[in-house]
Design a protein around this ligand. Sequence first.
Ligand code: A1D88
Length: 256
Amino acid sequence: MAFLCRSAASLLKSPRAAPAVLSACRLYSSGGQYEYILVEKRGEKSDVGFIQLNRPKALNALCDGLMKELKQALDVFEADGEVGAIVITGSDRAFAAGADIKEMQNKTFQDCYRGDFLAHWNRVSQSKKPVIAAVNGFALGGGCELAMMCDIIYAGEKAQFGQPEILLGTIPGLVSKVYPVDQLVSEAVKCGEKIAANSKLVSAMAKEAVNAAFEMTLAEGNHFEKRLFHATFATGDQKEGMTAFVEKRKASFQDS
Ligand SMILES: C/C=C/C(=O)SCCNC(=O)CCNC(=O)[C@H](O)C(C)(C)COP(=O)(O)OP(=O)(O)OC[C@H]1O[C@@H](n2cnc3c(N)ncnc32)[C@H](O)[C@@H]1OP(=O)(O)O
């Protein structure tokens, strides 16, 4: 506890961190004026920081504003000496349906690279306090990764985890399933057909990220994956994939 208090105090003393932490404290202590999340302390002793993602109409898609608020709330709970653990949850229908596709649809590689898109997304994995994900409904793409960044995942019976980015012409896109013996090969071929219908260019990038991860530290692997993710924004297939989602139609990838 002494360590936590010192760490909180040093955060507040740090000239760079202080304004952000103090403004986040104001948001929290004034009952929570966040736009995209609900924040409170729970538990008999009010020692559990509770963050609920709250963009129900967009199935908690992780827009930039939401991720900034999540970082802010984590800063506040880390600086709060009473808080011993943090819970992140969504709604019954969706933990989070991934990064906000409408926000990403027209981004270029240059936008991603210059703005270091997703730079603050690792914040949850850097939390000094244990973080528990309570997942109901969809946990897709970045939503699945957000849950994976937590230390513990509790899943409701209807939780659905997935990495469907390949359908949008970006990375990653890996799925594993268990089948009865007699269906295994035909199901594997069906799976191959589904993969082959996506962008072959982007599939290769996804594989490159996964293979490279075996040779790298976690931080290096995260960085490499992010740069390849940025690189997909230079492809026509990312534009087609995300535009097709927004226009509610099937994507037609050209491997370009
Ligand atoms: C580094 C990280 C990268 C990524 O995370 S890329 C994103 C990965 N995620 C996905 O690809 C999932 C995208 N969403 C879906 O496939 C579907 O949604 C669901 C299967 C989750 C649910 O389908 P259904 O029940 O039919 O609902 P609905 O009408 O599609 O969604 C309700 C509203 O939510 C918006 N929405 C859903 N997911 C996202 C998203 N990820 N980004 C932005 N908006 C999203 C929709 O567009 C729609 O909105 P409106 O009512 O205005 O048409």
